[in-house]
Design a protein around this ligand. Structure first.
Ligand code: NAD
Length: 333
């Protein structure tokens, strides 16, 4: 069957996912959930969405009685993900949620538990887990082509604009750059090395405390230690432009990717030469793969489930704790 999806949150990224889904073969956009009637109208005419598949934030629990929707993709501000996903699960629909899945590990675990209890799947929009050049580097690492991994470097950031946007509001964003873009370096450190961190250190720099208020991080550098002795050194920022670079170093070789997580073509090379796997539209591949995961229990190379997202959230919690205390934080994830 085709995965019939309703998108909740018709903003910038929701629009990008909707557009990309037009090229899917296994998933289809069939519904919307929005607080803005004019946007609902525009999406209905653009994507041929029937009135009976349109909901708002008050009445979307009724989706439980709609047999024509299989899954809801939550693409709202971060601070709203937890409650919305729990309501989707209670309505008996599969939940797909944007990153960061929640604003801390405790809330993330509540979402995992709610979906488990409702017997629905919970998947997170980790689009890089389906990107061909990324998957090639992971394959090479699994195949021992870099030798023993010693070091990962991940630098993720951009200069953020409008100070009034939700991304700079602690309540809606859950934090600052770490929640939005730093999570790519955290997640990347894990899938590039193939290990889970055992300790975290972190340091914050804030040049503009008016724009980046209490609890909204501007720039954080953080380090991970792994069981093998490998280390990672990462940077997350809202105040440096075009920072999108991964570097993986092993005893026999290396991989370098830049851009490493942007929407456009990913570029990279290893000690053996350029990575030349095909350029894909990330969200198209992600949604087709998610249909396979939901209907056929397909196992992706790197998981995209709620448990995977909770691991990233535990690391975000540890990074914020390390910033606050100035101490090395031991983690077990
Ligand atoms: P956006 O501001 O463009 O859109 C957010 C949408 O949520 C808007 O349509 C807004 O109307 C709606 N909304 C509902 N309730 C709201 C409230 N109380 N306050 C403010 N807005 C409310 O943001 P976006 O860039 O689309 O980001 C949405 C989510 O998608 C975030 O969690 C973000 O991290 C994630 N995202 C993921 C990627 C990716 O590559 N995977 C890229 C961009 C954004």
């Amino acid at each position: 069957p085709v995965l019939r999806v309703a998108i909740m949150g018709l903003g910038g990224y929701g629009g990008m996912v909707a557009q990309a889904m037009q090229s899917c073969t296994k998933a289809k956009l069939v519904g919307v959930i929005s607080g803005t009637p004019s946007k609902v109208k525009a999406w209905q005419s653009k994507y041929g969405i029937p009135d009976k598949n349109c909901y708002n934030y008050q009445n979307f629990d009724d989706i439980k009685n709609n047999p024509d929707i299989d899954a809801v993709y939550v693409i709202t501000p971060n601070g709203l993900h937890r409650d919305f996903v729990i309501r989707v699960a209670a309505a008996g629909k599969h939940a797909i949620c944007e990153k960061p899945m929640a604003v801390n590990a405790k809330e993330g675990q509540e979402m995992v538990d709610a979906c488990k209890k409702a017997n629905v799947k919970l998947l997170v929009g980790y689009r890089m887990h389906f990107e061909p050049k990324t998957l090639e580097v992971i394959r090479m690492r699994q195949n021992g082509e870099f030798g023993k991994i010693r070091f990962f470097q991940g630098q993720c950031g951009f200069t953020i604009g409008d100070p009034a946007q939700w991304r700079l509001n602690k309540q809606l964003a859950g934090g600052g750059s770490m929640m939005d873009i730093g999570i790519y370096a955290i997640n990347g450190a894990r899938y590039m090395t193939g290990e889970e961190p055992v300790w975290v250190t972190a340091q914050e720099t804030k040049t503009d405390p008016v724009k980046f208020k209490e609890g909204v991080d501007e720039t954080i550098q953080f380090q991970f230690g792994f069981p093998s002795g490998a280390v990672a050194s990462c940077l997350s920022t809202y105040n440096m432009n075009n920072l999108d670079r991964f570097f993986l170093d092993g005893e026999k070789g290396f991989a370098e990717m830049q851009p490493s997580t942007g929407y456009g073509p990913i570029r990279g090379r290893t000690h053996l030469g350029e990575l030349n796997q095909p350029v894909t539209t990330h969200q198209t591949v992600q949604m087709d793969e998610m249909a396979e995961i939901i209907f056929n229990n397909k196992k992706p190379v790197v998981p995209v489930n709620g448990e995977e997202a909770v691991k990233d959230l535990k690391l975000i919690d540890a990074i914020y704790l390390a910033v606050k205390t100035g101490k090395k934080v031991e983690v077990s994830i």
